[in-house]
Structures are given as structure tokens and as C-alpha cells.
Ligand binder design. Structure first.
Ligand SMILES: NC(=O)c1ccc[n+]([C@@H]2O[C@H](COP(=O)([O-])OP(=O)(O)OC[C@H]3O[C@@H](n4cnc5c(N)ncnc54)[C@H](O)[C@@H]3O)[C@@H](O)[C@H]2O)c1
Length: 251
């Protein structure tokens, strides 16, 4: 059976980069996002290159939609062997100005969305002799307290701990679950964050300087790690948090 990988947040940024790299390995990819235009365009582009790709519009906070996405992969290709969770949102505000709505929105997409996709993909994987691999995107924000990101930091800490818990419970089913924690990566998320700063150019310089490698990352640098962790070469790695952060959390 073909290797089948579901990727959330695949309309752009790290999710789209990961989808391209995973499809290049010969895996079939199910592209999930609530923004349908990006995933449909990417699926068509990948199919034109001879890859197996389908787009599936789903909001990761909607349990029925998540179940539908998992079923779409299983119906199309007979099983599901990988999940890469990139769907996320960020709201940057000081704690005292963070509304309950801000908090609920960020926790709902980043933490609850990760919970729901893991839950339904693990259900499908448990019944398979092959097991499977889950990769959840956390962040340097899951490890250190970044300024003005109370909800985002909390959500990324939740992703980290949920992933360790899944790794511990489902290892006996040959399901590995790991975390990739990027530093600053040049995507829409980063561009929106910088645009909202009082001096975007100064904020970008400060960001670059905070990474010992003195630059931000390209999505392909995260995608390469995703491909490795999904592969059999990473067969003894589970419950790990892999920093891809230019040394940010080393200092
Ligand atoms: N870009 C960075 O600097 C950076 C750094 C550390 C961690 N990360 C993490 O990497 C992952 C990908 O980030 P990115 O920079 O590519 O972000 P992005 O904003 O460019 O892409 C996120 C994608 O998620 C989708 N999405 C948002 N809410 C959704 C929902 N409810 N249901 C379905 N899809 C939804 C968006 O439409 C978008 O396509 C995220 O988990 C992010 O937190 C990013």
C-alpha cells in the first residue's frame, strides 16, 4: 500500500512546504486547510507533477470535519500512515490586553485542533499493522516565553505535552509521535507578526539577531526535518521535541 500522509495547514507556509517535500518522497498527501484555494491549487500542482494529492477543506476545530478528512484519506488510498499538524493561528497581545475570545481562538486552533486530528488519525492507525507517525508543529514559543504571546506560548506548550503523552500511550501500536519546534520561518505567520509591530524593520532585525545563526529559516529547512522524522530512518525516535531554530533555544 502507498504511504499516505495528512498535512493540516497546507494552504501555505510550512504546511505547503512540508506537503511538497513529502509528496516528493512518493507518499500520497491529503492537504487539509480551512482556506480551500491554497490547498486546491497545491493539489493540482502536485498532480500535474505526477504526485498523488487531494485537497480537503476542513476546520481543525470542527470534529466532524476532521473525521471527514481522515475518512477521505482512508477512502482514497486505503489507510493513513502519517499526520503533520501545521494548522495554527497567532494573536500577539500582552496578557492584560488578551481577551477571552483571543485566548479561546488560539487555544482552539492550535491545541484543540491538534488534539482532534491526532485523536482521529490515531484511531485509524491503531487498526493498521503498519502503525504510523505523527508530527506536531510546536515552536520556540512552546519552550520559552516570547513577549506578548501568552495564548500562543500556552498553546504550543500544550502541543508539546500532548505529543509526549500520545508517544507514551501509542508506542505499543507502533505509532511514533514527535514535535518539530521551529524558530522564525519566512511565512505569512511571520510576515503578519512583523507587520503588526510598531517598527517592522527593527523587529525583523531583532528577530534575526536573536537566532545564533543570524537569519530566519526557509520553509524547506523545516520540511527536510519533517521528511526525516516521517521516514523509517527515524524509527527509534518518539516523544522527541526537535528544535529547528538556528540555535535560538541553545542560548
Ligand atoms: N513561521 C514561523 O516563524 C513559525 C515558527 C514556529 C512555529 N511555527 C508553527 O509552524 C506551523 C506552520 O506555521 P506557518 O508559519 O506556516 O503558518 P501560516 O500562518 O503561514 O499557515 C498556517 C496555515 O494554517 C491554516 N489554518 C489556520 N487555522 C486553521 C483552522 N482552524 N483549520 C484549518 N486550517 C487552519 C491557515 O489557513 C494556514 O494555511 C504552525 O503550527 C506555527 O505555529 C511557525
Amino acid at each position: 500500500m502507498r504511504n499516505v500522509v495528512m498535512i493540516t495547514g497546507a494552504s501555505g507556509g510550512i504546511g505547503a512546504g512540508a506537503a511538497r517535500a513529502v509528496a516528493d518522497t512518493g507518499s500520497a498527501v491529503l492537504l487539509v486547510d480551512h482556506r480551500v484555494d491554497g490547498i486546491e491549487r497545491l493539489a493540482a500542482e502536485l498532480r500535474a507533477d505526477g504526485r498523488q494529492a487531494l485537497a480537503c477543506a476542513a476546520d481543525v476545530t470542527d470534529e466532524a470535519a476532521v473525521q471527514g478528512a481522515v475518512a477521505a484519506a482512508v477512502n482514497a488510498w486505503g489507510g493513513i500512515h502519517g499526520l503533520v499538524n501545521c494548522a495554527a493561528t497567532m494573536i500577539s497581545r500582552p496578557l492584560t490586553e488578551t481577551t477571552l475570545e483571543d485566548w479561546t481562538r488560539v487555544l482552539s486552533v492550535n491545541a484543540t485542533g491538534t488534539f482532534l486530528t491526532c485523536k482521529h488519525v490515531v484511531r485509524a492507525m491503531v487498526g493498521q499493522a503498519t502503525g504510523g507517525v505523527i508530527l506536531n508543529l510546536s515552536s520556540i514559543s512552546g519552550r520559552v516565553g516570547l513577549p506578548n504571546q501568552p495564548a500562543y506560548c500556552a498553546s504550543k506548550g500544550a502541543v508539546l505535552q500532548l505529543s509526549r503523552q500520545i508517544a507514551a500511550d501509542y508506542a505499543r501500536h507502533n505509532i511514533r509521535c514527535n514535535v518539530v519546534s521551529p524558530g522564525s520561518v519566512r511565512t505569512d505567520q511571520l510576515r503578519s507578526y512583523l507587520a503588526a509591530q510598531p517598527d517592522p524593520a527593527a523587529a525583523e532585525r531583532a528577530l534575526v539577531d536573536s537566532h545564533p545563526l543570524r537569519r530566519t529559516a526557509d520553509v524547506t529547512e523545516i520540511a527536510a526535518v519533517v521528511v526525516f522524522l516521517l521516514s523509517a530512518q527515524a524509527s527509534f525516535i518518539t516523544g522527541a521535541d526537535v528544535p529547528v531554530d538556528g540555535g535560538y533555544t541553545a542560548v
